[in-house]
Design a protein around this ligand. Structure first.
Ligand SMILES: [Zn+2]
Ligand SMILES: [Zn+2]
Length: 237
């Protein structure tokens, strides 16, 4: 959330200020993708004029209810004391549990969820976002996925997770097996990118295991000659 505030001012994007963020889309319910949810939902909600909307897999509603219970004392203190509160109900998130398909269509933005291949973790979604001038695909967590190839063809930006080939080799055999069926090694991502040919490939959710982070870009480039970069906080594309 601190980076959202930084981005709001650095790039002058008012809709990234916490109380202005309209929506959040979860790819799957793994903790590394959900632990910031309470921070987003309960950051400056007392300034909200519209509730946060959350879209994600089954389990999101249960998590939201539990989050509200976790924060109940804070909510009571803020709504019964001297603090100004625009609307005492605005801490409540509008939750939509989704399945694959178009999940959002508004203001010229269309967002389609599609199934990816995150091993035994189901459902796990990627998102294809279409605006007036660009198509952006986000892989979520996935091993090599034919479905993603289908959805990402012709995309302007493909954000894809990656695990370092050399980092993977450092893992114990049972972890290597687990990661192989759940994540995409650099060389396989290069092969995938050769089929998809996005205008720009942005690597994110990198798993490096102590390897130099830029090394994974080299692994992709060894088999892919297109435009590829490793994402960093506050980058714009
Ligand atoms: Zn995951
Ligand atoms: Zn993850």
């Amino acid at each position: 959330m601190q980076n959202a505030i930084r981005a709001r001012y650095k790039h002058d994007i008012p809709s990234l200020y916490p109380s202005q963020i309209c929506c959040v889309f979860f790819t799957h319910m793994h903790s590394d993708h959900t632990l910031d949810y309470p921070e987003l939902a309960f950051k400056l909600w007392w300034r909200r004029s519209r509730p946060l909307q959350a879209f994600g897999p089954a389990g999101l509603r249960q998590m939201t209810d539990a989050m509200n219970a976790m924060m109940a004392t804070d909510t009571r203190l803020r709504t019964t004391g001297a603090q100004p509160v625009a609307d005492p109900e605005m801490y409540q998130v509008n939750v939509t549990e989704i399945s694959a398909g178009v999940v959002f269509q508004r203001d010229g933005i269309r967002i389609e969820a599609f199934d990816v291949n995150h091993g035994t973790i189901k459902p796990a979604f990627g998102y294809r976002i279409t605006t007036d001038d660009r198509t952006i695909v986000i892989s979520g967590d996935t091993a090599y996925s034919e479905e993603l190839i289908d959805k990402a063809r012709g995309a302007d930006l493909l954000f894809h997770e990656v695990i370092s080939d050399t980092g993977l080799a450092r893992n114990a055999p049972q972890w290597r097996d687990y990661h192989r069926q759940a994540h995409t090694p650099g060389n396989e991502l290069g092969r995938l990118a050769n089929i998809v040919r996005p205008k720009k490939l942005v690597l994110y959710h990198g798993l490096f295991y102590g390897e130099p982070e830029q090394g994974v870009v080299d692994e992709v480039r060894a088999v892919y000659d297109g435009d590829v970069v490793l994402a960093d906080d506050l980058d714009t594309f």
